[in-house]
Design a protein around this ligand. Structure first.
Ligand code: 13P
Length: 249
């Protein structure tokens, strides 16, 4: 059985004060009891890792980061290594988010190296894939996502089983245009079938989560799909109550 995983991605939002208010609300609410067999996490900006780590210690909410260096250490100004994240108590790290692919030119090869670094330090990489509106409208969505996934398979091989894949159609991110549950399911199934061509064990055990305008009012339908193993939640995760409602969906 794959655990349902719900992870918030705060992106470049927050402040020490508002983060603490958010964590206080979420931790207290989660102490009332959460549905069994689920994992919850939140990916915060680098400067807040230490403070969030201290506040989340002992809670049901795992700490995540939003990026990691493709290198172990050295002369890489501005980069943050996987060992630094491990030291901060980080459990998840997003790699290859579409905002980084599009605005910072991240390519499949460096994304796979980042995932490798994360795995070397016991972090769970959340590898993001997804197509643009143009690619979907021209019938190339599956082909584009297959290429992104294939590149990860060729580098990570069966270590992929320790990663999460996040299918985040770019046209659904921050737009309020969620993919229909069936559309998301179809892509998740296509990814799983592609992975099965490589290794049945990886295909059946890897968690494939959905991201793109997930809210409390569409999460239940998404989570009911057989190949959707949770969500990566952007905007809605900034609101503690909305995030909790998604976690309980
Ligand atoms: P939204 O939930 O704001 O659409 O963002 C999705 C996302 O990019 C999560 O990583």
């Amino acid at each position: 059985m794959r655990a349902l995983t719900v992870i918030g991605n705060w992106k470049m939002n927050g402040s020490v004060r508002s983060n603490r208010d958010w964590m206080h609300l979420v931790i207290e609410d989660m102490q009332q009891g959460m549905p069994a067999g689920r994992r919850f996490g939140v990916c915060v900006p680098f400067p807040y890792l230490q403070d969030c780590s201290a506040h989340l210690a002992g809670s049901q909410l795992l700490l995540g980061a939003q990026d990691v260096s493709a290198y172990a250490s050295g002369a890489y100004t501005g980069e943050v290594s996987a060992s630094m994240l491990e030291e901060m108590g980080v459990r998840f790290v997003i790699v290859g988010h579409s905002e980084r692919r599009m605005q910072y030119g991240e390519a499949n090869e460096s994304i796979a190296l980042k995932a490798e670094q994360a795995l070397d330090h016991e972090l769970i990489p959340i590898i993001c894939v997804g197509e643009t509106a143009d690619e979907r409208n021209s019938g190339r969505a599956v082909e584009v996502v297959r290429r992104q996934v294939a590149s990860q398979v060729s580098t990570l091989q069966d270590r992929l089983v320790d990663c999460l894949i996040a299918y985040e159609p770019i046209w659904a991110i921050g737009t309020g245009k969620v993919a229909s549950a069936q559309m998301a399911q179809d892509m998740h199934q296509a990814i799983r079938l592609q992975l099965a061509e490589f290794d049945d064990d990886v295909a059946s055990h890897i968690g494939i989560i959905y991201g793109g305008s997930v809210r409390a009012d569409n999460a239940t339908e998404l989570f009911a799909m057989p190949d959707i193993d949770g969500a990566l939640v952007g905007g809605a995760s900034l609101d503690a109550k909305e995030f909790l409602a998604i976690c309980r969906s």
